[in-house]
Design a protein around this ligand. Structure first.
Ligand SMILES: [Zn+2]
Length: 150
């Protein structure tokens, strides 16, 4: 990643973590109760069974839309990206739901259960002129192999 681009938060994903060499979201898996967490549990403790027997796990880059909503108004503080935007949860094959923004689509085309894949996009530019990058999900049909459609 170029030096003028920074992740929105450290530790959400890992470069080349996927079997195909692509970046993947990472989290924690409890080896005792099999609960999954995203992002990584910094405490090192499973919040379900209090086990400290956690290991880092790599998630799939494709999943399905579990829920979503289209937000028309700018929220007060943390979000500095474009408005309107679509936000919701993607359910991954591992059985975890991850909060995400949805991109590269007409929001009215979004559907519960639609297959989506992870991409990286600039969320906003920070006060030092750096592009703040985060993961987002887009419909698999949106770009195919050739990238996002115009
Ligand atoms: Zn546990």
């Amino acid at each position: 990643m170029e030096s003028n681009r920074v992740p929105v938060r450290a530790g959400l994903w890992k470069e080349k973590a996927g079997p195909d060499g692509t970046p993947r979201l990472i989290g924690s898996e409890c080896l005792d109760c099999e609960e999954l967490f995203f992002p990584v549990q910094d405490s090192g403790i499973c919040t379900f069974c209090q086990s400290r027997n956690l290991k880092e796990t790599v998630f799939s880059r494709k999943g399905t839309i579990y829920s979503y909503t289209v937000v028309m108004q700018r929220p007060p503080v943390y979000y500095q990206g474009e408005v309107p935007y679509a936000i919701g949860f993607v359910e991954l094959p591992e059985g975890i739901r991850i909060e995400t923004l949805f991109v590269d689509c007409e929001f009215e085309d979004l559907r519960i259960g639609m297959e989506v894949e992870m991409v990286f996009r600039t969320l906003h530019t920070d006060t030092e002129g750096r592009e703040v990058v985060t993961y987002m999900f887009r419909p698999v049909s949106a770009g195919g192999e050739g990238g996002p459609k115009a």
